[in-house]
Structures are given as C-alpha cells and as structure tokens.
Design a protein around this ligand. Structure first.
Ligand SMILES: Nc1ncnc2c1ncn2[C@@H]1O[C@H](COP(=O)(O)OP(=O)(O)O)[C@@H](O)[C@H]1O
Ligand SMILES: [Mg+2]
Length: 229
C-alpha cells in the first residue's frame, strides 16, 4: 500500500480521563498519510475513547497529540469544527436523519460545514454517492435502504469534505458478513486514493483477508501488534 512517511497523527504519552478514571494511558503511536490501520481489543479496552480523543470529543490531558496539523492539547473549542472537517467519522449505528432523503442528509452536512454554492454542492453529493456505489439512491429515505446501503451513505457523508483521515468505529458491527466484506472493500478502495483510515473492528477475519497494520488496545494502552495472517 502506498503512503508517504509524513505523519497525520502523532500521539506521545497521551493520557485522558473520564472524571478521575484514567481511560487512555501513556498512548504513543503515529499514523502516516494514506495509511490503513486496524484497531482491535476487547470491549471496554478504550478503542472508542481513543477515537473520540482524535476528533476532540473528549479532552486529552497530557503528553503530545497532533492530528491533521492541530495540537489537541492547545485546541480551542472554536477550532473543533475545523479539525472535524479534516476527519471523516463512521460509527457502527448509522445515525442518518430518517426524515430526510439521502441527498438531503448530505446537503445538510455540506451546509453545516460552510458550503453555499448550489452547483458545487450538487457536484460533491453526486461524486461521493458515485464513490460508494449509490448513485441511484439520491431520493430514497434511509429506511428504504438495506443496512449495508445505509452504511455506504454514512461513508459518503464522511467523505464530503475530503478528509485526510477516516475514523471508523466498528463500521461493520451491525452488518451480515457478506455485506461487511463489501464495506471493508470500499474502505480499502477509499484508502487507495490517499485517505488514511483507522478502523476499530472485532472482525478478526478481516485482518487475515486484508492484511494491514494492527494496533491493539489493552486497558487504555496501545500496542503495535504483529499481524499473524
Ligand atoms: N462516557 C463515559 N464515562 C465514563 N466511562 C466511560 C465512558 N465511556 C466509556 N467509558 C469507559 O472507558 C473505558 C473504555 O471504553 P471504550 O472506549 O468505549 O472501549 P471500547 O470502544 O474498546 O469498547 C471502559 O472502561 C468504559 O466503561
Ligand atoms: Mg467501542
């Protein structure tokens, strides 16, 4: 897989807390531009917490943490939207607005992130839906789509602002195996075009089928793991 060595994420001895409870403990790792990395570990080991810290949903308290050119320890709340524009986020539960069509779901995000020109917005929506293979679903409502299709819309939504990194928190957790395989193949394709991807997963079969770097979360610590595939 192609990627330059330029880091887009650098954590050094990062700690974070929920109240007084430590949840990230001396976390150190780097992600390079265009890299694909799996994040594995038991439920409760800190995977979602680590991801939340990356998109500034929780604060990091000490160490050094840089994401897409932002220093998380010095991040002002006014800068959070700017950081999030560099990061595409995909969750396990689809979180689409069910009373709006696919197109409206995407326009909603574009407007919220400062887009104003109708023509450009339309071109962008068309482009991301094409990338996820859903060009014909523009006017459908989320509940008219299968789970796999809904997740593709979420991925399209995450791509709208051309993120440098995609964070996916168990994106296939609610999908049947064959549908899940289609989704991971889509992530790999997106990765090939240069977007770095950090994907938390419990689906260890993927690690064999589509080998890549593996980070393991253990009680709030991150370790580089050999991929035995
Ligand atoms: N909002 C929260 N408040 C307090 N503790 C939390 C909160 N969210 C998660 N935790 C705790 O933080 C730890 C890591 O959780 P999490 O990051 O969700 O793990 P994972 O995603 O690997 O299942 C767990 O002990 C969990 O109970
Ligand atoms: Mg989780």
């Amino acid at each position: 897989m192609e990627f330059s060595s330029e880091p887009i994420l650098q954590y050094k001895d990062v700690n974070a807390f929920y109240g007084t409870k430590p949840v990230l403990k001396d976390v150190s790792f780097m992600l390079s531009k265009g890299e694909f990395v799996y994040l594995v570990g038991r439920t409760g080991s800190g995977k979602s917490t680590l991801m939340k810290s990356i998109y500034a949903d929780i604060k990091v308290n000490s160490g050094k943490a840089y994401v897409a050119g932002f220093d998380l320890l010095k991040l002002k709340s006014s800068q959070v939207p700017l950081l999030r524009r560099k990061i595409g986020i995909v969750f396990q539960d689809f979180q689409l607005l069910s009373d709006r069509t696919v197109a409206e779901n995407l326009y909603f995000v574009l407007r919220a992130t400062g887009w104003t020109q109708k023509g450009k917005m339309k071109a962008r929506v068309t482009d991301v839906l094409l990338r996820v293979g859903l060009s014909s679903c523009l006017d459908k409502y989320p509940l008219q789509l299968s789970g796999g299709e809904q997740q593709r819309v979420v991925i399209a939504r995450a791509l709208l602002n051309e993120p440098t990194i995609l964070i996916a928190d168990e994106p296939t957790g609610n999908l049947d195996p064959e549908v899940a395989e289609g989704i991971i193949k889509l992530f790999l394709e997106i990765n090939k075009s240069g977007t770095a991807i950090l994907m938390a997963t419990h689906n260890l079969a993927f690690l064999k089928q589509f080998p890549a770097r593996v980070l393991e979360c253990k009680e709030g610590r991150i370790e580089e793991r050999a991929n035995f595939s």
